[in-house]
Design a protein around this ligand. Structure first.
Ligand code: SDX
Length: 393
């Protein structure tokens, strides 16, 4: 049985599929969505247009983009029973746990989504539902945590503005969306939109390969992303920077801790399975950081600590030997914090950004009629033995 099986733990050298969605080159630090570089898309596009590009394979015409936006805007409202579901959570429930269970609960309110033989139109409907409702579920989980009234979506607003007003407005006053924040949010969501076969995307494909529903597959992806080694790292980075600040701001001390094999401390936001060069997304986010904080008039001492850590790590042989560079999670939290998001919401923002990528990969797996994922193993357990009655054990 073990003759032809090789183990590749963490799938470091295993290709799971063939995909036409995202291309990344870890050595050169290159990332393209459907052939377009993220540098071009972050500078010229917007998140919903990039979502369309990833999911449908081409940049939309004005008519296609308008229709896509309308389909999403029409479906941002969730069933009123979601308020009851939400009210059952304690205020300190982590929003990623709420997000994954609420997304899975969409199957209960849209049972048609459970049909494994959906038409393309029905798949498009579920895509629009998911793209629309994720922002409402995310904003409502935040409002529930802070004990503030839930704010309903507004169809008249663009995607990012609508999310911001659901997050930060309240019924007692008018809320004006800051265009600097809308621009920052579009950029951040674009940069998180897909990343080929990472842990959470592979999870979405594996769950989807059993013909589970789109909502069930995405819910599984949210849980994989939640892990501190994956999308959860953006929350860990801010907690790390704040701990360093509270401990006197000595970044060198923490570089040494990260190098110490006996110390479990890792420099969160550093290192990557594929990028053995600067994560191109981190470069764009770092540049945006200075610009956004300046435009918002925000001075955050942890940004200085982040830059010191980066500087120290990029000159330290331990990091250079292991090709450890800042990744997408290293600077993103500083921008999320500057626009008013609590750190518990950072990984939720990653999920909102990654949703179109997960959807595109699930759709490709389904259209390519890929077989159910079912890896093998090398057995290392007991050889055959006889049962012993409990009185004789
Ligand atoms: C994301 O896959 C994706 O594409 C993910 C992602 C996406 O868009 O989907 O890019 C998003 O998840 C970014 C990564 C966020 N995670 C973190 O920032 C957590 C900290 N980083 C690591 O834990 C680690 O670098 C990983 C998980 C990102 C990668 O792990 P690998 O490829 O399995 O590498 P490894 O753990 O085997 O480390 C190799 C060496 C080890 O040293 P040695 O045993 O060889 O002596 O590098 C060391 C590690 O100890 N190392 C670190 C380190 N990361 C790796 N040492 C200190 N600090 C770190 N952050």
């Amino acid at each position: 049985q073990t003759g032809h099986i090789t183990i590749d733990s963490g799938y470091k050298n295993t290709g799971a599929t063939q995909s036409a969605i995202t291309y990344l080159d870890g050595e050169l630090g290159v990332l393209h969505y459907r052939g377009y570089s993220i540098e071009q898309l972050a500078a010229k596009s917007n998140f919903i247009e990039v979502a369309y590009l990833l999911i449908y394979g081409k940049l939309p015409t004005q008519h296609e983009l308008t229709h896509f936006n309308e389909q999403i805007a029409k479906r941002t409202l969730v069933h009123e029973n979601f308020r009851t579901l939400l009210s059952a959570y304690p205020a300190n429930a982590h929003p990623m746990g709420i997000l994954s269970s609420m997304i899975c609960s969409l199957t209960a309110f849209h049972p048609d989504s459970l049909d494994p033989n959906l038409t393309d139109e029905q798949v498009d409907l579920n895509i629009a539902r998911l793209m629309g409702k994720i922002t409402t579920i995310a904003a409502w989980s935040y409002k529930h945590a802070v004990g503030r009234p839930l704010v309903y979506p507004k169809k008249s607003l663009d995607y990012c503005s609508n999310f911001l007003q659901m997050m930060f407005s309240d019924p007692t006053e008018n809320y004006h969306v800051n265009p600097v924040v809308v621009d920052a949010l579009n950029k951040l969501l674009i940069l998180h939109a897909d990343h080929e076969q990472n842990c959470s995307t592979s999870t979405v494909r594996l769950v989807g390969s059993s013909n589970a529903s789109l909502f069930g597959s995405i819910s599984a992806g949210v849980n994989a992303l939640w892990g501190p080694l994956h999308g959860g790292a953006n929350q860990e980075v801010i907690e790390m920077l704040e701990a360093i600040k509270a401990d006197g701001g000595d970044s060198k001390k923490y570089i040494e801790k990260a190098k110490d094999k006996n110390d479990p401390f890792r420099l969160m936001g550093f290192g990557h399975r594929v990028y053995k060069n600067f994560d191109p997304r981190a470069k764009i986010i770092k540049a945006a950081c200075d610009n956004i904080l300046y435009n918002l008039g925000v001075k955050d001492p942890i940004l200085e600590i982040a830059k010191q850590l980066e500087e120290a790590a990029l000159t330290d042989p331990y990091f250079i030997e292991r090709k450890l560079y800042p990744n997408v999670d290293f600077y993103s939290g500083i921008i999320y914090k500057a626009i008013g998001l609590p750190k518990e919401m950072f990984t939720v923002m990653f999920a909102i950004g990654r949703l179109p990528g997960w959807i595109a990969q699930w759709k490709e797996m389904r259209e390519n009629k890929e077989p159910i994922g079912r890896p093998r193993q090398i057995y290392t357990g007991q050889t055959a033995r006889e049962y012993v009655d409990i009185k004789n054990r």
